[in-house]
Write a protein that binds this ligand. Structure first.
Ligand code: ATP
Ligand code: MG
Length: 420
């Protein structure tokens, strides 16, 4: 009987050694960048109580409507969900541990998120986000630093062509009046609505403005704009934010139809978009979500954050041909003949103590196959240990790119390698 092969779940990808080096490099750049802005790392569980997401993300969003991996814990019937995003969990944790009591917090997290979407390039069912949350700041100064630090990140990574879209979502009251007028407008044009829009009409009409359907573009361009319903306080926040950005030399596009996927945003919202990734062009997105803090903690407070899609950043780096090279071991240690492995262990230890990366031959292999292995690993040096070397306290060092080799006394080996 043929063995049934088990593969990974659709839309959930393995990251293999040929690709993981780019992830490691990116994560290292991200950590340095976050540290330089004073953000601290928070790590929360991947599984949360389903209510956390239905309450915080909003019932009429794509995520809660159809994208969540929700299951029942067989032991106690609890409804649990694989996190589809990181803000809700981070905020839950901060509230649970009273980290916001008379304090501000600047936090970041990284990890897998889960959404049951149709997999395509830049869209997966398990994907990774780096998220940042600045809690307890009213803005718009922090709103500006958030944008500035993202621009700084693109510069650090060498990504230069992203467009920044911004908008102001006002407060809940302003949105309610706009929403009523929006519904009225769409009702008057009910025959022009597509299926998605018809479904959203009373649930989340703001999201209709976000449609990607070309046939609806004219309708949504003429729809009432939220900006016309904003009061003086919201407009002032928005204006001051834009002034900071302009003075900092940040280019942006005001996009009155930018509404974001999640329900809990207010005031400043933004997206960074690449033209290289088609419909999956948004590489980072975020905004202010003061109302969510109130919803989860019962207290008024302030919050702004964003999430970066790491797969999309890596696709962007690939499109720009700026994925960093893999790093390879420095030294391969080849052993020929009997009783050579003990010295190999010793030399490997000495070289690792000097900060070098060392790979040792294991098992009995021909010299030729060991050199092939060293070539494949792209090591700069092969240290060859044969029976003569063991008795003379020496090794043979082969410089792989120059194809030369030289006999070196063990006590001089570190100096010899260092010189080259
Ligand atoms: P989209 O409009 O592309 O579906 P979204 O509004 O659902 O994005 P957010 O919830 O704001 O996305 O998530 C922030 C970022 O996470 C996105 O800008 C994107 O880079 C990334 N992202 C979101 N969903 C996915 C996914 N299914 N696969 C890969 N990356 C994703
Ligand atoms: Mg989405």
């Amino acid at each position: 009987m043929a063995m049934q092969k088990i593969n990974s779940v659709k839309g959930m990808n393995d990251i293999l050694p040929g690709d993981s080096h780019a992830w490691l490099w990116l994560e290292e750049q991200l950590r340095k960048w976050l540290f330089s802005y004073g953000y601290e790392n928070i790590r929360t569980p991947i599984v949360e109580d389903t209510k956390l997401f239905t309450r915080s993300i909003g019932g009429a969003t794509d995520i809660v409507e159809k994208e969540m991996y929700t299951f029942t814990d067989k032991l106690n019937d609890d409804s649990l969900t694989l996190r589809p995003e990181g803000t809700a969990g981070a905020l839950r944790s901060v509230i649970q541990h009273e980290l916001l009591y008379n304090k501000t917090q600047k936090l970041w997290y990284i990890g897998p998120m889960f959404r049951h979407e149709r997999p395509q390039k830049g869209r997966y069912r398990q994907f990774h986000q780096l998220g940042v949350e600045a809690l307890g700041f009213k803005g718009p100064d922090i709103d500006s630093e958030i944008i500035l630090m993202l621009r700084d990140l693109w510069q650090r990574l060498g990504i230069q062509n992203l467009q920044l879209h911004i908008n102001c979502l006002g407060n809940l009251d302003e949105r309610a009046v706009h929403r009523a007028n929006l519904i009225k407008y769409f009702e008057q044009n009910i025959n022009l609505l597509d299926e998605d829009a018809t479904r959203r009409l009373y649930k989340n009409p703001l999201r209709i403005l976000d449609t990607k359907n070309p046939a609806m573009q004219e309708l949504v361009t003429k729809a009432p704009m939220l900006i016309d319903y904003l009061g003086s306080e919201s407009l002032e926040h928005y204006t001051l934010w834009k002034t900071y950005l302009t003075n900092l030399g940040v280019e942006f596009i005001e996009n009155p139809r930018l509404v974001r996927g999640l329900d809990y945003y207010n005031l400043s919202v933004f997206e960074w978009v690449s033209s290289n990734l088609g419909a999956q062009g948004t590489v980072a997105a975020g905004g202010r979500y003061d109302p969510l803090v109130k919803e989860l903690s019962g207290k008024d407070n302030y919050a702004i954050g964003f999430a970066i899609g790491l797969e999309r950043i890596l696709l962007e780096l690939e499109a720009l041909n700026i994925v960093p090279n893999r790093v390879f071991p420095d030294v391969f240690i080849a052993t020929v003949g009997s009783d050579t492995q003990a010295l190999a262990f010793k030399i490997a230890g000495i070289l690792r103590g000097e900060g070098l990366s060392v790979v040792q031959n294991f098992g009995v292999n021909s010299f030729k196959s060991q050199l092939k292995k060293a070539d494949g690993l792209k090591c700069k040096f092969t240290v060859i240990i044969g029976e003569t070397e063991v008795s003379n306290n020496q090794v043979m060092v082969k410089l792989m790119d120059r194809q030369t080799q030289e006999s070196v006394a063990i006590e001089n080996l570190v100096d010899f390698l260092r010189k080259i």
